[in-house]
Ligand binder design. Structure first.
Ligand SMILES: Nc1ncnc2c1ncn2[C@@H]1O[C@H](COP(=O)(O)OP(=O)(O)OP(=O)(O)O)[C@@H](O)[C@H]1O
Ligand SMILES: [Mg+2]
Length: 252
């Protein structure tokens, strides 16, 4: 069953057609990679899933409900979390405090418990936040200032913050961008473990083909705003359309 279904999505910026008739299905429980050259429209597409952009035409359905016209926080409360291209953490707070924040949602001017998190008391929230840090192997850095973390650890922290929201669908925009190989490999292990333990569906935008072919169960290739191929990883390498349109490692 598909948890996310995109049909005929178009999005233009002035005269630039960033997305043209995009169709995409993300099956529940899978890791789905979205790849393609710079400027292909990958981030634009992701922005249409989280309420940051509204497509000109087309539909985006999550668990059978339309996401179009919903505010980002409403989409978040429906169970969609996103790891941004640049980590959005609170540098002056501790690692632990950062993970505590998403356990609350600011609604109607007052802090309330996050609807999805099902945590009721502060002690529960603390336990839940600790578990997130264990899951991303950062419990030993709990008291560190978030601003002093390495780039890889900032990404891990952001993932822990997303996991605290107990998402059904996790969207990741280039989770390993700028990471050294060791950090990249740690991230691959981490994402595989998250999928294994929590069965969270993930859509990952990624340029690093080592990451893509290590994790993805399905791959969509985007070129000039259109999905040119959606297939199993083994059918992507060497695919004539991918070769023609995409000059990355996926074509080799
Ligand atoms: N807010 C915007 N206003 C105008 N043009 C935009 C805007 N956002 C994106 N674009 C353009 O839309 C096209 C798709 O951009 P997008 O950021 O989605 O590409 P991408 O596939 O994520 O690329 P990259 O791999 O470099 O991150 C590009 O030509 C970009 O310049
Ligand atoms: Mg991008």
């Amino acid at each position: 069953m598909s948890i996310l279904e995109v049909q005929n999505v178009n999005k233009s910026f002035g005269g630039l057609k960033a997305l043209q008739n995009v169709n995409l299905k993300v099956e529940e429980g899978t890791i789905h990679a979205i790849i393609g050259p710079n400027g292909a429209g990958k981030s634009t597409l992701l922005n249409c899933f989280v309420g940051k952009l509204i497509p000109d035409t087309g539909s985006v359905m999550f668990n059978g409900q339309s996401l179009l016209g919903k505010k980002p926080y409403e989409i978040n409360q429906m169970g969609v979390s996103r790891v941004f291209q640049t980590p959005e953490i609170f540098g002056d707070l501790s690692v632990f405090e950062n993970v505590m924040i998403p356990c609350f949602a600011k609604r109607d001017g007052a802090f309330r418990m996050h609807a999805v998190g099902r945590v009721e008391r502060e002690t529960d929230i603390r336990e839940s936040a600790e578990q997130m840090l264990i899951d991303v192997d950062m419990i030993d850095k709990k008291h560190m200032h978030a601003g002093s973390l390495s780039r890889g650890d900032k990404r891990r922290l952001e993932m822990a913050m997303c996991l605290s929201q107990n998402p059904k669908l996790l969207l990741l925009d280039e989770p390993t961008a700028g990471m050294a190989r060791a950090d990249t490999n740690n991230t691959i292990e981490l994402l595989a473990r998250i999928q294994d333990r929590r069965h969270i569906t993930m859509a990952i935008i990624e340029h690093d083909m080592h990451v893509v072919f290590s994790l993805a169960q399905k791959i969509s290739v985007l070129a000039q705003g259109t999905v040119i191929v959606e297939d199993l990883p083994e059918n992507i390498k060497g695919h004539p359309k991918v070769k023609e349109a995409y000059l990355g490692e996926a074509a080799e």
